[in-house]
Every structure is written in structure tokens, then in C-alpha cells.
Design a protein. Sequence first.
Lengths: 302, 272
Amino acid sequence: MKKPIDDASSLQAINRRRDVRRKTLPALAQAGPVSVWMILFVTIPMLFIIYISFMSRGVFGDVVYEFSLESYQTLLDTTYFKVILKSLQVAVFTTVLCLGLGYPFAYYIARKPPEVASKLIMLIMIPFWTNSLMRLNSWLLLFQTSGPINTFLQWSGITDHPITFIYTDALVVLGMITNMLPFAVLPLYSTIEKLQKSLLEASSDLGATPVQTFLKVTLPLTFPGIFSAIILVFIPSLGIYTVSDVLGGGKVLYIGNIIKNQFGSIRNWPLGAALSVLLLVITGLLIFIYTRFAKLEDMEVV
Amino acid sequence: MAKLTKVQRRKKALGILGNIYSVLIYAVLYIPVVVMMIFSFNNQRYNYYWNGFTTQWYGKLFSNDALIGSLWYSLVIAVLATVISVVIGTLGALGLKRFEFRGKKLVNNMLYVPIIVPEIVLAVALLIIFMNLGFALGMGSILIGHCTFCIPYAVVTIKGRISGDGDSLEEASMDLGANRMQTFWRVTLPSIMPGVMSAAFLSFTLSIDDVVMSNLLAGAKNSTLPVLILSMNKTGITPDVNALTTIMILVIVAGMVLSNLVKGRLNKRVPQ
């Protein structure tokens, strides 16, 4: 009576062992390293920073492991609150400008034959292999008080005294745009490129004006690209500190600068962590909305 | 000349307008690069204003120890980050595409975190962990930081290259008596090679230009080239940095052209 059961279980064991050899080991070897890396260096640090944001700051800038909402209360102080609002404002402004400038540009490229379009896309990428700080520094050289732009403006009589461009929010926004524009153009390009010409023709054949076609056909169909562009421009703009460091000369402070300072000279880790959590929450919110109508995998990131 | 209809005229005008517009956009993107290159020929100690033409900086930059030291430091980190990211990224892309396992969804979602979340958040999070573990900051911590954002890009890039029919090719290879290793080197890897190369190129450029991670995770001793440039911003950038950056962009563009040629060859060889 026992024998058949034995057979079945030994067959099961053999099957299991074969499964281990055929499936589990390769899966472990292939997906293992990336899984371990992501959990060790993304999941755990992210959870830990949330934890730290609820701790309090000691007298010597150390972290005291006692629950407190102190850091989050500090964020509501007028000084910090103003910085947060200012950062949001600059990020919104940058995003709107990148979309406004990038959409017609992406449309222009997408309507070219594929060989030409891929070269035009390559042309967008080349400047980005130059160190970003050096490119920002170029704007500083061009726009400074005795720089070429002011010299030209005075020479042509447009202004009789030099205009202060440097260390202003306007120049920071220009720097942001030149750093962020490709992240708007690339996702827009790939959705506009997929847009079928026949749909646009059908729309105009049915009597729609070009404006109507754009608003009722083109715009809704390219919406996923628009939202990818918003995410890829807005979120980095919110946390960036190098642009304001170089073009704002330390006078223009954004969330990124404040976070960095908490881990440098000022030493208030819980506050820096709370600001980071704020950025995480905003990011999470946008991604949540995005996944309502598109898949995360479809986001054109490269 | 044949008379154009109203629609044709409008189309032509729009075309010209489009050309002008895109030239303007390219100008905004290229002006900073050109200005950066011009100022590498500036005959002045610090780059504030133009003071005459010289090529001396292209010779002098090699005797600037701090600059060359930081360049080497950046290069070593970028090469190591590229190798680690491409190996883990290639394996990961294959594994995540083929196998089902518990926690796969978590890993897939985690891959998007470094791509989407502002870099400063990830850098600060890693910094807190390293400080708490007493892990000395330096090349190791910067390398971990760089790999953490390069690996996701590598996985996403390579995953896009893995086609559905790759599985049947691999099965055919195994049926014909090749073992797993032979199949990987002779069938799988060649079929995803263009993706692997893009991933390597992307990882290298991301790592070598990174400021945020390198700045926060650097020890007191060495700094990478971008971090050195960031610190120079307060005192003024010397034209030899412009000279070095000019050389680097030329090398990268040459490398890109070369890799595109190779990629073109590979694309031809692999039946799509």
C-alpha cells in the first residue's frame, strides 16, 4: 500500500529538483543581483529616510531617535514655506516652458522622414554630453554685468545701464530649460511619431479646421507623452540644486539647496529628510495619477 | 511658376516657420557649448571676460594636478560603474523578462525610483545609510551611488531589446546541444548587443557628468571632475577646465559615431 505513494513523492522530489536546476538557479543568477541591489540601495534607504524625518535633532546636530513631528512643523515656518512655494513655482514655470517650446519642436521632428528624425534627435543629445555645470557657466559668462549681452544692449542703445541678469530667478529658469528640454522633447516625439497620419486626414476631410484637429485629435492622442514630459521635467526641476548654485550664486535657494545644506554645514538631518519626504510625496502623487491612464513601462525614459 | 493654392501656400509658410523655429531651439541648446569652447582659448587666468586668443591652456591643463587627478578619479569611477551596471543590468533585464518570482513587482517598481525621484533624495538617503553603518565615504560610496541610478537605466534600455522570439532561438540552441553558457554567449548576448552597448554608453555618460551623488557621497580626500568644477564656481573657472571639457566632448562625440557604426553593423547581422 505504501509503494505508490512513495513513487509519487519521489517523482515529485525529482521534478522539484529538476525545476530547481532548470528554473530557480538561472532565475536567481539573473534576477538576483538586480533585486538585491535595488532592495539594499533603494528600498531600505528610502524607508530609512522616512523614518529619520520623524526623529528629532540633537543639540550638536546629531539625530536623536525619539519620535517627533518637529521637522514637519518647521517646514510650515514662513522661511521654509516660502522656499517650497518658490521651488514649486520655478518648477511649474520650467515645465510649462519646456512643454510649450518642446511640443512644436517634437512635432516638427516627428513629421520628418525617420532617418532625418533620428539624426535630429541625436543633435539634441550631443550638447548634453558636455558637462552641465560648464554649460550653465556659459550663460553666466554671456549674461554677466560686463558680458557680451549687456555690452551689445548698451552699444545698440536699448539700455543705457547694464541690466542685472545674473543671480536672478529668470536666468535660473533659462538654465533649467536648457538642462531639461530634451526630457520634454523625447517622450513628446515618440508619441507624436506614433500618431497616425490617416486620423488627421480623416479629421480634416470631415471638415475640421487645423485648430480643431489639433485640439480634438492630436492633443488627446499625445496626452501620455505630454504627461511623461511633465513628470520627467517637473520632478527633477523640483529637486535640482546645481542650476541655482551656479546661476543663482547662492542667493537663490530652492528645496534642493536647503536639503543639501542640512547634510553639510547646517546639520539638521531630520529636516533634510522631511524635505526629501515632501519631494517623495509629490513624486508619488504624480506617478499615481500617471498610472491611472498609462503604464509606467511606457514612460519614455531613455 | 505654377500658382500655388491657398492651402499649399499656407503649408509652405508653415514649413519655413518650422525650420526657423527649430534652428532657434538648436541655437539655445548649442550656444552654451560653443561659448564654453570659445572660452577655452581665453588668454586670462579666470574666465570672467574675453581677453585675447591663446592655445596655451591645452598644454597647461596637463600640469594642473588637481584637474587631471579629478579627471582620473571620474574616469575610474565611470568605467567601474559602467561595467557593474551593464553586467547587473543585462542579467537583470533577462531575468525580469523571463522569470516569475515573488517580489518581482517590487523590484520592477523600485527600478523606476532612481529614474524618477529627484537625485538629491536618493543621494541623501544613501548618505544617511552609509553614515549610520560607519561606511567610509570615498570611491566606494560614490560608485554605489552611481550604480544605483545606472542599473535601472541599463535594465530599461536592455529590456527594450529583448524580443519575444528570443526564447525560441534559445530553445533551438539548447535543442541542438548547446549548454546554457554557450547559448548565452552565442545566441542571447549577440541578439541584445545593441541594447547592451546603449546601456554602457548611457551609464558612462551619466556617471561621468554626475554632480549630486558625487558631491554628497564624496569623502574629504578626492573629488570627481564635476564636483571640482562646482567648487570652482565660487572662485571662478580657469580656462584649462574649458579646454579639458572641450577635449572630452570631442572624444565622446567620436566614440558615439564609432558605436553607431558598430551598432549599425550588429543590427544588420541580427535578423529582426
